[in-house]
Ligand binder design. Sequence first.
Ligand SMILES: Cc1ncc(COP(=O)(O)O)c(C=O)c1O
Length: 373
Amino acid sequence: MSVEQVPFITLNRFEEGFKEKILNGVTELVDKTQFVGGPQVAKLEETLSQKCGAKHVVGCGNGTDAIQLALRAVGVERNDVVLIPDMTFWATFEAVVNAGGNPVTVDVNKATCHWDITTFKQAVDQFKPKAAILVHLYGWACQDTLAIRAYAKENGVLLIEDGAQSFGTKINNEPILGTALMATTSFYPAKVLGASGDAGAIFTNDESLAKTARFLVNHGRTNHYSHGLVGWNSRIGSYECLFLNHSLEHIDDRLASRMNAVSYYKEYLKDLPIKVVISADQVEENGYCAVAMVDPDLRGGLIETLKAAKVGFGTIYPGAMSLQSGAAKYLHGKIQNGNADYIAKAVLNLPCFSYITEEELAYVVATVKKHFI
Ligand SMILES: Cc1ncc(COP(=O)(O)O)c(C=O)c1O
């Protein structure tokens, strides 16, 4: 069948029998009235712990809550300074504000789109933060992760890693979610490991941090009617866990097909005024999205061609955090070198989703090539 359009993302390419397993599982949960907690939740946390190599995993309501849980668990309190990258999703900024902290945005490196150690050191020395959130964007891991972890530790900065987009991503052969002081992820349906609604998790090897996060996620409960902390309700639902548990059975194939898409673009879009960027050598990415950089003066024209050819695309993200209108009221400080702003104007994401076909990839490539040649 000839391809005449390709969505930026579609969530409906399920494996044979997947939907039936979910529907049967839901029937069982309803019959057993297992709605919150129960074996599906325990199974998910256990599987994630094994897959990511983190001793403790706590499921929660979504990826934003996961960051808030982590900030609260490490001890961020009202007016504590927290560094975040200027290029991330707005949830990172929101989480700091909602936890009572004062966000400082720190610019990213133009080539890697992530923090680099030089700017991170400068920010730590200048702002003396209590905590920092290292964000691993695009399903990559930040290239300077190990150096940033080490510098944070030496300087008493509590480093949380926002891996909302980086389930399955490794650095030096180790999953980033399992090697951070405290990492978080999102199971929003469009993520590589997506639920059928909102869900998230925190990951840590530290027993005491895990215990605090488990209290916070469930009204600060230390037992059923004793509240040792003021938390909130961010418990993960059983339906979401059921969906995620079945999704995990196929996760390797899903990630491989996404990675195939990224490699395809890299291979077939060479020598054009569009640069498909992949993560650093020591990073094994998960194919969350295909990232290309285009001269900002050329991006608008290419976007019009993609639209005309019905090829979906993204611009993740079209604006730096410090420039959002909601930021002004809370921004405590910033290091702004113009890089996040440049990336926002140059980034272009091509279609990338589980089980995208070779025909669809060929159609995207042909559309881009026709535009430039
Ligand atoms: C980098 C990053 N952080 C946090 C989040 C928030 O996750 P959620 O939408 O599950 O709250 C997202 C989700 O898109 C994200 O991409």
